[in-house]
Design a protein around this ligand. Structure first.
Ligand code: ATP
Length: 183
């Protein structure tokens, strides 16, 4: 899964339209405490359809919308767009570049778009499931998670690493093939 770009507007502290370009390799977001670094990973998770408010450090939909500052009025809408490279066709969709957008309004309404076309949350989830980068094959390492991983029992740690490395899926495929061929 190659994420090229994240654009956020009205999402949490991003009152101005912000654009993060990710080149190949590793990208680091650096800044003092409370400057909004974690809001970038929240934005990615949110655009992918995250439904648990807690995991994006919010209590309700409204909490993700810019709430105003001394100089700026609160905004009515939050929007995040992820641009993914699909030149190798890892997503089952006929575009070399795929954008996934989530928008939320103060009424609590959420909207989703794939390449600018309005879709349902289910379609976004389905796209990633079919591209096999759904919940089971990407790992978000959030603050504190490294400590948690180190505290896991070896067998639990192995499960987590295998899941991140996508070994799990191949093992399941292999097992189902073995079961099918023994019948
Ligand atoms: P740390 O290093 O402590 O993790 P950080 O750089 O990751 O900090 P975040 O926790 O991502 O910072 O940023 C939180 C900032 O985002 C705070 O300043 C908070 O006021 C701001 N923020 C969060 N939600 C909103 C919102 N809805 N409207 C405006 N600002 C918001």
């Amino acid at each position: 899964m190659y994420l090229r770009r994240v654009e956020a507007h009205g999402f949490k502290s991003f009152a101005d339209r912000q654009r993060f370009e990710f080149g190949p390799g590793m990208t680091a977001v650096v800044g003092p405490n409370g400057s909004g670094k974690s809001n970038v990973s929240d934005a990615i998770r949110w655009a992918l359809g995250e439904q648990s408010a807690r995991s994006i450090r919010a209590r309700k939909t409204e909490d993700v919308i810019f709430s105003g500052s001394e100089k700026r009025r609160p905004m009515g809408m939050a929007e995040v767009t992820l641009t993914l490279d699909n030149s190798e066709g890892w997503m089952p969709i006929d575009y070399r570049e795929v954008t996934v957008t989530r928008r939320a309004h103060r009424t609590g309404e959420n909207e989703y778009f794939i390449n600018g076309q309005k879709v349902r949350l289910l379609d976004v989830q389905d796209l990633f499931r079919r591209a096999q980068v759904g919940q089971n094959s990407y790992a978000m390492m959030t603050q504190g998670l490294v400590d948690e991983v180190l505290a896991l029992r070896p067998i639990e740690r192995r499960d987590l690493i295998e899941e991140a490395a996508d070994v799990h899926r191949h093992r399941l495929d292999r097992e189902s093939t073995r079961l099918n061929s023994s019948h």
